[in-house]
Every structure is written in structure tokens, then in C-alpha cells.
Design a protein around this ligand. Sequence first.
Ligand SMILES: Cc1cc2nc3c(=O)[nH]c(=O)nc-3n(C[C@H](O)[C@H](O)[C@H](O)COP(=O)(O)O)c2cc1C
Length: 437
Amino acid sequence: MSRELHLNLFINSRGHHEASWRHPDASDLALTDIHYLQGLTQRAEEGLFDSIFLADQLAFRGGGASLSLEPLTSLAALAVSTNNIGLIATASTTYTEPFNLARQFASLDHISNGRIGWNIVTSWSAPAARNYGYASQISHAERYARADEFMAVTRSLWDSWSDDAIIDDRANGKYLKQNSVREGGHEGTFYNVAGPLNVPRGPQGWPVLVQAGSSDTGRKFAAQHAEAVFTAHMEKSSAKAFYSDLKSLVKAEGRDEKQCLILPGLSPVIASTDAEAQQFRDELNNLADPQEGLISLSARFGGTDFSHLPLDTPLSPDDFPDPSTVEAARSRTEVILGVVRNERPTMRQLLSKLAGARGHYVVSGTPEHIADLIEDWFIDEVADGINLMPPVLPKMLDVFIDEVVPLLQRKGIFRTEYQGNTLRDHYGLDRPDNTFA
Ligand SMILES: Cc1cc2nc3c(=O)[nH]c(=O)nc-3n(C[C@H](O)[C@H](O)[C@H](O)COP(=O)(O)O)c2cc1C
């Protein structure tokens, strides 16, 4: 198999549909029960997925069932209850220190024997700022500037150990090889860190670096640092344009474009007939509460209040702030404005569209239809893989693994067994050279 499709399971609440938690097919387990995450991860491993991914917001989101366990501690529990699958957690460069994250991700990489990825975010949620001593959000531009320097520090800390530092020589009383740990410190605009790290370099050298911001600044950051990119699109055409733009930016940075995988989100409602799939989708939409949708929409725009807009009157782009002025989830506001511009939906219709997967691509149909769509995106350079966002968990994950994965395997684009042991092996990514020479 020359080029191989990658599958990541994005675990969110009891599914990605806003009302999934109320659906009779959704899990009965509490969202704070680690067996819930373990069960889903083990199931994804049975389906030979490359990885699972946990998102994170640093503020209470209110309403619905949007709570989750803290991702890094969760990954440790998932690492010891699985053997092959990659494990990706979100962590913020805005609200943590590089030394903390370098240490935690190096530890997790050891705990999992090299299966860890870090979804690097700058945290778009405005209320998070107030949980970390800021009166208001740091600007979009400054968050990315900090993130850039943050990456330089964490890389230097991971490379503060040579790969063969531990010799554990009991006879001669030497645990570490001489001169095998250097300071790896950093003095910059935002961070002063002495180093070295107090955890040896992990099996993968660094965790796989994942990124999920798609604004112009976000793309530049991804082109420089990311080895895998999650992105949200509601149309194939915009996902394809994003793919080609980001791959050119990666090349312009002097990097191999194959070393930066692009995984757009896909939320499939799968049933044996199109009519049944549509019925399942309607059931979910009927359970959704427009007031919940309004809260989420407002948060994406950094707190803009839309409650004065009538639910059943067609919207105009003028009802929304210009995305370039939004300090929160900028690229997602562009996706939402795109829908308003192209379709002129009412607020009720817009909220119903976003309820499916918050601005990611939602599709319903038979397993064959879903497998054909994934194959088309893979061949047509829209995606190197799919960030699977099942609308209801575990139900739609089970259906995907039982019905869609075998079709992808028959098409010859998806593995029939794991070939390597690390997340880098699954994603076909190089192990970073250690700059500790
Ligand atoms: C699939 C996906 C998952 C994301 N997960 C998180 C997350 O867990 N926490 C977060 O703060 N932002 C998350 N984001 C948002 C981005 O990291 C980014 O902050 C946001 O898109 C704003 O940056 P941008 O304007 O460059 O796009 C996610 C985005 C996508 C597409």
C-alpha cells in the first residue's frame, strides 16, 4: 500500500451531535467514568484506527453535556488499557508553561511506549482567560506569537537529553552516560527556561505535533510545526482549497509535505438505507435546543450576543462580526459566515446545521456511500485521513467499524493490521533527529 488512509477518532461527550447525550443509543456511562473513554479507545483499536483525540476547553461551557475529564491525566489511563492505538491530547500554549507540557508529554510518551500526540492549541475560549488571572483574552496574534516561542522551548527541552543517556551501569555506579544531558535552556520574549528537562527524551523523540487552527496565522503555524492537522469544513471545495494551500505552505517552509498530514472532520450518520439515516438525523435534530446552540455560537465569536435575532428570519452576513476582528475561534467564524453568505439560512436553520458537528462536515447515508466519500476525499487530495466525529457514541463508532472500515480495507486504502508500535509509525512520520549531537 503506497499511500495509506489515516483514521482518528475524535471523542466528544456522548457524540458530536449537540443533543447526542439525550439519544437512546448513547452510552449510559457517566462522562467522568474512565471506563467510558477506555471502552471507546479499545473499540477504535479493534477498528485499527491510528489514534484517538481528546479536545479541551479551559472554562466551564454550561448547558448540555459538554463536560469532560482533563485530557492529559485521561491519556495516562488510556495508555495502560490499550497496546497499539495512538493517543492525542489537547494542551494550551497560552495557559501553561513550556516546562510543564514538555515534561508531561515526555512522561506520557514513556508511559504509552511512544503512542502520544499533542494537539497544540492557543485556546480560543474567551472565559478561559479569567480562569488564569487575565481580565480579558490575549489577542489572536499574540497567542500565536507565544505559541511559536513555546514550541522552540519544548523542542529544546525534549532534546536536552541524548537518546542513549541512560546506561544504568550498576557495576561502575553510573546511571547516566557522561555529558548526556545539557541545559537546553531558552531566553526569549515570553519565556525564560533554564532546563534541562527532568524526564529523558521519549520513545518518539517528541510527541507527534498536531494542530487545529486554520486562520492565516494558524496555517503558518501549522506549516512550521505541525505533523498532523485537524480542520473543520462544511464543503468539500473549501476542504480541498485548505489542503492545497497548507501543503504549499509546508513546502515553502522547506518541509516534506508528506510529513504534515491533513485530517478534516467528518460526522457520518450511517444506516442501511438513506431514509433510515435521514430519520436518525431528524431524531437528533429534534432533540436539539436552539438556546444551547445560541450559547455555542456566541462563544465561537468571543461572546457576541445573537439572542436579539429572530429564529425564523433569513440571516445576513451583517448580523455577524467580521471574522478578522474576532479574537476567539477565527477560522470557525469564517466557516459559519460562509454558510450564511451561500445559503441565507434562518437562525433556526443555521443552529440546526451547526448542531450536527459544530461546523464540520456532516453526511448521512449507507456504509457504501460513506466509504466512497472517504475514498474520494483521499484520492482527490482533500484529506490524508479523516478525523471521525461520530454523531452518537458508541453507536455510530460501532457501525463505522463494522460496516465502513471493511469497505475501506477492500478498496485497499486502509490497513488490515497495525504495522508498527508508535503513533509515528501509524502516521508514517519520521522520528525527529535529536539536536543533541
Ligand atoms: C478538530 C478541531 C479540534 C479543536 N480542538 C480544540 C481544543 O480542544 N481546544 C481549543 O482551545 N481549540 C480547539 N480547536 C480550535 C483551534 O485550535 C483554534 O484555536 C481555533 O480554530 C482558532 O484558531 P484559528 O483562528 O487559527 O483557527 C480545535 C479545532 C479543530 C478543527
